[in-house]
Write a new protein. Structure first.
Length: 168
């Protein structure tokens, strides 16, 4: 499904939305289109035509509560590990605990990695030392406001000017 970047009234990136939700916000006059889709696609209804948005901006400012730690979610973990298995580098589809929870491992950023199905199954509830395995990268806690933007990996190239603001 096509994703649309949602900006706060201050042009700060908030999140990505499905196209349907973005169009609903625009039609309800809660948001305005900042940037149209580069393909020139349009949506038709019985009484109107609207260009497909790529970036929309809320008309009213929404205060975002300050969080010291990024919440651990499946989508955020996969994005942190670039959808790659931490053990073999193939495409990841599951989450694995480096120190298994059955052996006292916690469900925290530093203990969770993305994993492919075969590696996750092979590792089971064993430690890396028992298998002679090593991690390709050390799991760390992601930092920065841009981690709120969970959606399409890499995002739309048209979002680059707006994303640069969140990295600053």
């Amino acid at each position: 499904m096509r994703q649309v970047l949602l900006l706060n009234a201050s042009y700060e990136p908030l999140t990505t939305l499905p196209l349907r939700r973005a169009v609903c916000l625009v039609l309800r006059d809660k948001a305005e289109i900042v940037h149209h889709d580069s393909t020139g696609a349009v949506l038709h209804s019985a009484s109107m035509v609207i260009e497909v948005p790529s970036v929309i901006r809320l008309r009213r400012y929404v205060r975002i509560p300050f969080r010291t730690r990024v919440p651990l979610t499946r989508a955020a973990l996969m994005r942190r590990d670039n959808f790659r298995c931490a053990y073999c580098g193939h495409r990841a589809e599951t989450i694995d605990h480096v120190i298994p929870r059955s052996r006292g491992g916690k469900h925290v950023w530093e203990n969770c990695v993305a994993s492919c199905g075969p590696c996750n199954h092979r590792k089971a509830d064993r430690l890396l030392e028992e298998l002679g395995w090593a991690l390709n990268v050390t799991p760390v806690v992601p930092r920065g406001a841009h981690w709120r933007l969970i959606g399409v990996p890499g995002g739309d190239p048209q979002w680059a000017p707006y994303m640069a603001q969140s990295a600053a």
